[in-house]
Write a protein that binds this ligand. Structure first.
Ligand SMILES: [Zn+2]
Length: 231
């Protein structure tokens, strides 16, 4: 079932290693098959160099394994909450990439400081709130997703215009219209996180770049009047 999508999800997971976003078995990528409502995700705890397409696990939106001989990633309930809340998503990537995770651990959203950020994110990259003890003791992975979703609802954020979020004290969840795009956004988040960190080192009193720059850079690449790139 979903052989082609499994092969794509495998490749997307391997890209995390190629882009230097994961160590060991940290991190995972999933894709959502909208027609049947199935999620294809990396199995739990298998080293990247040993992963095959057949190892990818198919689960439904209740978290039941539909196909696969291995257990799905332990973060699967977080991915599922994102697909349930944001049906426009076709891919989710989770990493503990260094700079972005440093912002998550500091409990800070990544402020918009320049055009690299604005080319992909229409505003700050949000950091979700701390989980309560009940949320940690309960369905922890599911609650990790719900706290992130809450941040998007509160801010009226569109997960395709702000395609990623920092899970507080944890790491990154990046979004895309497919698995490949979510990996791309996870890579951009790490780079932007690094630039923002260095920006604050060089100028501790720096403020966000002009809103007009955000509008210009985001909207020339996205939206109905986009003109960046080839037709
Ligand atoms: Zn994690």
């Amino acid at each position: 079932m979903l052989e082609e999508l499994k092969a794509r999800v495998l490749r997307a997971n391997l890209e995390l290693v190629e882009h230097g976003l994961v160590l060991f078995t940290w991190g995972n990528v999933s894709a959502f098959e909208k027609r049947r409502g199935y999620v294809v995700i990396k199995p739990s705890g298998v080293p990247y160099e040993k992963l095959t397409a057949e190892d990818m696990v198919v689960v439904d939106l209740m978290g039941n394994v539909v196909e696969g001989r291995l257990r799905p990633s332990s973060d699967t309930p977080t991915h599922i909450e994102f697909y349930k809340a944001f049906p426009e998503l076709g891919g989710v990537t989770h990493t503990h990439s260094t700079y972005a995770t440093a912002w998550a651990q500091a409990g800070r959203s990544i402020p918009f400081y320049g055009t690299t950020h604005a080319d992909y994110f229409y505003g700050d990259i949000p950091c979700a709130r701390v989980l309560t003890h009940e949320e940690i003791a309960g369905d922890y992975e599911k609650n990790t997703g719900l706290a992130a979703i809450e941040k998007f609802r509160e801010g009226g954020l569109d997960p395709l215009a702000v395609p990623g979020v920092l899970a507080r004290s944890h790491g990154v969840f990046a979004f895309g219209k497919d698995a490949e795009e979510s990996v791309y956004h996870a890579t951009v988040i790490e780079e932007v996180a690094k630039m923002a960190y260095l920006t604050e080192q060089l100028n501790p009193t720096v403020v966000r770049a002009d809103r007009a720059i955000l509008e210009k850079h985001y909207l020339r690449k996205h939206g109905k009047n986009a003109y960046y790139g080839q037709k």
